[in-house]
Design a protein around this ligand. Structure first.
Ligand code: ATP
Length: 531
């Protein structure tokens, strides 16, 4: 601890947690040989991060790395090389610690771990020696970590691995298996197509206006645009295109490409959650609205490549260059409604605004639970979008009851169902994380405790319905509202008042069994009617 204190430099990340009890178990365990190692390794109920108000403060320990939860990942040591792109090379962590926290910070080193075409059109892998912890999009972080681990370090044996947490399964609870092996056919049905469309023709430049790349995930590139709508004969604004490569044999962004069988449940879940806005008994528009899905084939359109490169120049992309895709590459394009900026990058006016934002999230989850036994299971700040609205109120229907929340100028949208669990027509869709280890080894933010807490809650049975996982994520959102999100004005009475209200909720959140249970409390609903 003392050595670490002296040597570790100022952190890049906002570490909202300091885990406090799992160190010894983790260091002592050998996961590979212990299929049921979860109890021994993590004792998750005991290893919940210290609440933000009690955690070690910056003054005490000026370091973003959780000091006592470094994991021993065999074969991995810090390299002493300096990152060629990093201006302040000294700000890299150059401690020799067994587990350098996972993540590439694009701002620090935009070339970290990604493949790109060099001038000679040869594939180069540029590797960053330091791995910096960052909360949020863990999948890319893990990929980068693994890619770095493979390229940077001399391994006695190469790590052969498939994708992270991509074990999408469906479990038919009653009746017949619906799709058999006709996943491609089913995807085409959802796209309203018989065959894939040529990518370049379907997304020609003139059909899209004001196009801009706005984000990226491990699976896809995300563009915002106005898109020409045939029936309406005009461009409709605020469309988001999420472009996901499919079925190809080349790895993209360190991941195997999704298959038809993996993308189909995501399309189904996205459509179902989106349609909740038109539902009667339980309704919300808090889940991202999907306009259309398309299956396209062929090279990436040149104008989208240019926008990808612009984003890379300005912000630094961690993804592979889309020029890599050939003539036969398939893509699914999800056309979604623009939901705003993600919560990690949003600045709230004050905590009154964030308190009502939190209520919107709780209600949306409750509606999902009631209608589809929905658990999000990955509700980190990157998956919660916020936009400004003129609407005074946001209206939800929960079990035929209309519930109204003040918007205080913001509208919340939940995205990304990669880990989500849902029951639709007696079929349960879930992502089986039971044999995934990497996600449960990550550390450095309360977010990473939540995955372990979910595993404990679900007893590693990822098909079961346990809405408590939504509560675990709500506890995380509350911690973030108190600890990390940005506020414009904090020196006001109203801000202090609502911070107290959020703290009150923090004190009781874990006593609820579901988001619905929490709503009953918040809205003083009659237990007999609403439980
Ligand atoms: N509807 C939307 N409106 C606004 N921004 C969006 C929308 N959908 C996605 N984004 C932006 O794009 C980013 C990546 O999207 P998303 O999380 O869906 O990708 P992914 O490939 O599933 O990510 P992951 O790496 O977590 O698997 C989001 O963090 C967000 O910033």
């Amino acid at each position: 601890m003392n050595i670490a204190k002296q040597t570790v430099r100022v952190p890049y990340n906002i570490d909202s947690s300091v885990e406090n009890s799992s160190y010894i178990e983790i260091m002592g365990s050998n996961h590979e040989n212990e299929p049921d190692s979860s109890k021994e390794m993590y004792c998750p109920s005991d290893s919940i991060s210290t609440p933000c108000d009690k955690r070690l403060g910056a003054a005490l320990f000026n370091c973003g790395l959780s000091p006592i939860t470094r994991l021993n990942l065999e074969g991995f040591e810090a390299s002493s090389d300096k990152c060629p792109d990093t201006k302040d090379a000294n700000s890299n962590v150059y401690l020799k610690i067994p587990f350098l926290n996972i993540n590439a910070s694009p701002n620090k080193c935009s070339n970290f771990g990604k493949r790109r075409l060099s001038k000679s059109n040869k594939m180069d892998t540029v590797v960053h020696p330091s791995i910096v912890l960052k909360p949020g999009k863990w999948r890319k972080s893990l990929n980068n970590f693994i890619r770095t681990k493979i390229t940077e370090i001399t391994f006695s044996k190469k790590v052969a691995r498939s994708s992270i947490c991509q074990d999408r399964k469906s479990l038919v609870l009653k009746g017949e298996q619906k799709f058999e092996d006709k996943f491609e056919e089913e995807v085409l049905k959802y796209c309203d197509q018989c065959i894939p469309l040529p990518f370049i023709a379907a997304y020609e430049q003139h059909k899209l206006l004001n196009t801009k790349k706005i984000g990226e995930g491990a699976y896809g590139e995300v563009f915002r645009c106005s898109k020409y709508q045939k029936g309406l004969e005009k461009h409709v604004s605020n469309i988001v295109l999420k472009v996901i490569p499919l079925e190809g044999s080349i790895e993209i962004n360190g991941e195997k490409q999704k298959t038809f069988s993996q993308i189909l449940p995501e399309i189904i879940i996205t459509k179902k959650m989106s349609n909740l806005q038109r539902n009667k008994t339980n309704s919300t528009d808090g889940f991202v609205n999907i306009h259309k899905v398309s299956l396209v084939k062929g090279k990436y359109p040149q104008h989208l490549i240019k926008l990808w490169e612009k984003y890379d120049e300005e912000k630094g992309s961690e993804n592979d260059h889309p020029k890599l895709f050939g003539d036969n590459q398939l893509f699914v394009v999800l056309e979604l409604k623009f939901g705003g900026s993600d919560m990690a990058n949003f600045q709230f006016l004050n905590s009154e605004q964030s308190y009502y934002a939190l209520q919107q999230i709780i209600l949306a989850l409750a509606v999902g639970e009631e209608e589809y036994q929905f658990e999000h299971r990955d509700l980190h700040l990157g998956n919660i979008l916020i936009e400004y609205t003129n609407r005074k109120h946001i209206i939800f229907t929960l079990k035929n009851r209309n519930l109204t929340v003040l918007s205080r100028g913001v509208k919340m949208t939940i995205i990304d169902y990669t880990l989500s669990r849902i029951t639709i027509n007696n079929c349960c869709y879930f992502n089986d994380l039971s044999s995934d280890e990497e996600l449960f080894q990550a550390t450095g933010d309360y977010q990473y405790d939540v995955y372990r807490m979910m595993r404990k809650e679900l007893k590693n049975n990822w098909s079961s319905f346990s809405p408590k996982t939504n509560i675990l994520w709500l506890s995380y959102v509350i911690v973030k509202l108190l600890d990390s999100v940005k506020y414009k004005s904090i020196n006001t009475k109203v801000h202090r008042m609502y911070i107290d209200k959020i703290k009150e909720l923090q004190n009781i959140i874990m006593t609820f069994e579901s988001a619905t249970h929490c709503v009953n409390h918040l809205f003083n609903l009659n237990q007999n009617v609403c439980m």
